[in-house]
Every structure is written in structure tokens, then in C-alpha cells.
Design a protein around this ligand. Structure first.
Ligand SMILES: [Cu+2]
Length: 117
């Protein structure tokens, strides 16, 4: 009976230590994750994906694969990519949420949101 109690306490202590170590590693990993580059394809008069979730500091590249020019313009026109011809790319580092549209074809809309998870 004493042996069972002893084994049980070793098991519990071991599990607790394991959780601490794993949690520690997880946290240090989150700090050193490098920024990701996300791609939004402009095709058939649409931004794809339309609504993109990123981490703060990530980069987004828009690529125009349509046969007509498009642009990426902040919804209140705070900034714009300027016209992007077929095959043109434009990128931005993301530090806040925004909605955007194409000022040439105003029905084309998209958003970038920082996912705080
Ligand atoms: Cu357009």
C-alpha cells in the first residue's frame, strides 16, 4: 500500500514538472516565431481570400492575376497601392486592422484582421 502511494506521488510530481517544462517551451516558441508572408490573389474581380487573419507584423502581398488593373485602397482612402497591372505585386506590413477596396471597381472589397490568439 505504501509503495502505491509513493508511486502515485512520483507520477503526480512528474506530470506537474512535465506540464511546466512544456508550457515554458511553448511560451519561448511564441516569442521567436518569425513574421509570415500571406498572399491575396486578385482574380475574377475578387480579392482571395477576401477576409484575411494575420499576426501583428506579418506581411501581406497582393498579386493581380486579372487581365484588368486593380488597386488596394484603404476604405477611407488613407493609403493606396496605386494601380496594379496584370502580374504586379504590392505588399504591406500589417500593424493594425483595416478594410480595403479597389478604387477602380468599388464593389471589390476585403479586410485584414490581426488574430490575437
Ligand atoms: Cu479592381
Amino acid at each position: 500500500m505504501k509503495a502505491i502511494v509513493k508511486n502515485l506521488s512520483v507520477l503526480i510530481l512528474g506530470t506537474a514538472l512535465g506540464i511546466l517544462i512544456l508550457t515554458g517551451f511553448k511560451n519561448s516558441n511564441e516569442i521567436i516565431v518569425p513574421p509570415t508572408t500571406h498572399t491575396v490573389i486578385i482574380s475574377q474581380m475578387k480579392f482571395n481570400p477576401e477576409n484575411l487573419k494575420v499576426k501583428k507584423g506579418d506581411k501581406v502581398v497582393w498579386i493581380n492575376k486579372d487581365i484588368v488593373p486593380h488597386d488596394v485602397t484603404e476604405i477611407n482612402k488613407k493609403w493606396t497601392s496605386g494601380p496594379l497591372k496584370t502580374g504586379d505585386k504590392w505588399s504591406k506590413t500589417i500593424n493594425g486592422n483595416f478594410d480595403y477596396f479597389c478604387s477602380i471597381h468599388v464593389v471589390m472589397k476585403g479586410s485584414v484582421t490581426i488574430d490575437k490568439k
